[in-house]
Design a protein around this ligand. Structure first.
Ligand code: GLC
Length: 538
């Protein structure tokens, strides 16, 4: 029977972020304004009306700062400069203002765990040598072994391979990701001061929020001990010191009404929720839902767990189907294994895109009806599949560090198709874009989809419009309704029902007044076919 999640304090109406639909822009691949093959801010500015028409409340930009792009911009050389490939700070400020005028807020991405090896701090640290104050901003250590030829500890990398690199004078430095991303020492006050200053810098320029990259990783055990399975606390994941850091960040954000969304990948729900206490982060990404297979019981459990873990801290849940790191939704749902796991990504996985698209349409209506805020990743609204990138064109370090076994993340980062009948599907480039577009891309172009009532784009536009006008959607509560096996059915008071059929057989709909929106046609008896979802006035 109905199992509403526990009460939480009602949201003040200006807490826009509690129920927002936030669109993730990967600037390199969104739209190319100057035609050089790389997306840029001019491209985004030209497409702001598209985002307004789509009906999103905010844009999250993956890093747009000066960067050698060793990890797609997550290797920042200067937070106060826009990478010239993307534009200028002046353009960023104009973009923030223009978006705001269309009712769209801007969220930037801050990467506290590491900087680029081209960041002035790291260059200074290399030049200054062992024992210098400059090296104290990072984790430099002598090696182990007779001649220091062994790394200082055995930590595994988030990207496969080593976490330590040796420099010319013999010392080693720590990098949880690539060697081009040296980890900062968060026990150092200058590291904290600098990041709070960077937050102020962007809030002063009108951004409404900040996404915190790898938010559970920056704090390290100062002794940098070897990793021991099961030892608590972990030497570098989810350490208690982080909470004090984020409390301090919160006081910076509060001065500007700014909000945070943390990238917190943690299996332990209680530990996860600690980041969402009222004086810490406002929200965090819900990766358990993202990784969940297309299975009614598993999805229901993921939804219930999410709501239950957020309730005690009063934070709204977030819902995410995909982002720039994971396999595109229509592809994932068209495979035998419909969950997501970095470890199981492989080449040549059989995929049924018709099935995957049908499920992705249903998943869109499910996700957009859940209580809390929702993140869409550019191209999700076009139903883009994961692209096969020829090996010689792959750029993602995850691919190289896996020795080529992992196809990497470029398949979800391909430049968007805007116009079917234009070079490079209207991405805007005069030369071949930085990643090649598959031959199928023009068929997914936004202009074709805008004119097709059965397209993914029209489904997202319609659902996002309803999300704004339906009182029950966004932040609030959910009440499960009785439903047959394989069917999820819930009410969002006052009057919206969402029913999703994940079973093979058609399902009878609960009592209702009329259909508001369906991901596919009902059958001749008015039943909901498998892999289809519907919103009802009830
Ligand atoms: C986050 C980003 C990912 C990046 C990594 C290192 O997981 O989403 O794209 O590679 O952090 O900064």
């Amino acid at each position: 029977m109905a199992a509403p999640h526990p009460d939480k304090t009602p949201a003040p109406s200006d807490d826009w972020w509690r129920g927002a639909a936030i669109y993730q822009v990967y600037p390199r691949s969104f739209a190319d304004g100057d035609g050089d093959g790389t997306g840029d801010l001019a491209g985004v500015r030209a497409r702001l009306p598209y985002l307004a028409e789509l009906g999103v409340d905010a844009i999250w930009f993956t890093p747009w700062y000066l960067s050698p792009l060793a990890d797609g911009g997550y290797d920042v050389a200067d937070y106060r400069t826009i990478d010239p490939a993307f534009g200028t700070l002046d353009e960023a400020e104009k973009l923030i203002g223009e978006a705001r005028d269309l009712g769209i807020r801007t969220i930037v991405d801050i990467v506290p765990n590491h900087v680029s090896d081209q960041h002035p701090w790291f260059r200074a640290a290399l030049a200054a040598g062992p024992g210098s104050p400059e090296r104290k901003l990072f984790h430099f250590r002598p090696g182990r072994g007779e001649h220091g030829e062994l790394p200082p500890n055995d930590w595994p990398s988030q990207f496969a391979g080593r976490t330590w690199t040796r420099v010319e004078d013999g010392e080693w430095y720590l990098h949880l990701f690539t060697p081009q991303q040296p980890d900062l020492n968060w026990a150092h006050p200058a590291v904290r001061e600098e990041h709070e200053d960077v937050l102020r810098f962007w809030f002063e320029r009108g951004v409404a929020g900040v996404r915190i990259d790898s938010a559970a990783l920056p704090a390290k055990d100062p002794d940098l001990p070897d990793f021991v399975e099961g030892r608590d606390p972990h030497p570098y994941i989810d350490r208690d010191e982080l909470h004090e850091i984020y409390r301090s960040w919160r006081s910076v954000a509060d001065a500007y009404d700014g909000v945070f969304v943390g990238e917190v990948w943690l299996p332990d729900a209680e530990r996860f929720a600690r980041y969402l206490r009222p004086d810490e982060l406002h929200t965090a990404f819900n990766f358990n839902f993202l990784a969940c297979p297309w299975d009614a019981d598993r999805l229901r459990a993921a939804i219930d767990d999410t709501l239950a873990e957020h309730a005690p801290v009063g934070a709204p849940a977030t819902w995410v189907l995909c982002n720039h790191d994971v396999t595109r939704t229509v592809t994932r749902y068209g495979r035998a294994d419909t969950g997501f796991d970095f470890a199981t990504k492989a080449y040549d996985t059989p995929t049924d895109l018709t099935l995957g698209t049908r499920r992705a349409r249903a998943a869109a209506l499910l996700t957009l009806a859940l209580p809390g805020s929702v993140y869409l990743y550019q191209g999700e609204e076009l139903g883009l599949p994961e692209a096969d990138i020829p090996r010689e064109r792959i750029q993602d370090p995850m691919h190289f560090r896996s020795g080529g076994a992992d196809p990497g993340r470029d398949g979800c980062r391909v430049p968007l198709p805007w116009t079917a009948d234009a070079p490079y599907a209207g991405f805007g480039s005069r030369t071949e874009p930085w990643l090649p577009q598959p031959a199928s891309w023009p068929a997914y172009a936004a202009d074709l989809q805008a004119a097709d009532p059965g397209s993914m784009l029209v489904l997202y536009r319609t659902a996002l419009r309803l999300r704004r006008t339906e009182a029950g959607l966004g932040d609030g509560r959910l009440e499960w309704l009785p439903a047959p096996a394989g069917v999820l059915a819930f009410r969002r008071a006052p009057g919206l029902l969402c029913v999703v059929n994940l079973a093979a057989a058609p399902a009878a709909l609960p009592e209702h007044d009329h259909v508001l929106l369906a991901s596919g046609p009902l059958d001749a008896e008015g039943r909901l076919p498998g892999d289809t979802a519907v919103w009802l006035r009830g």
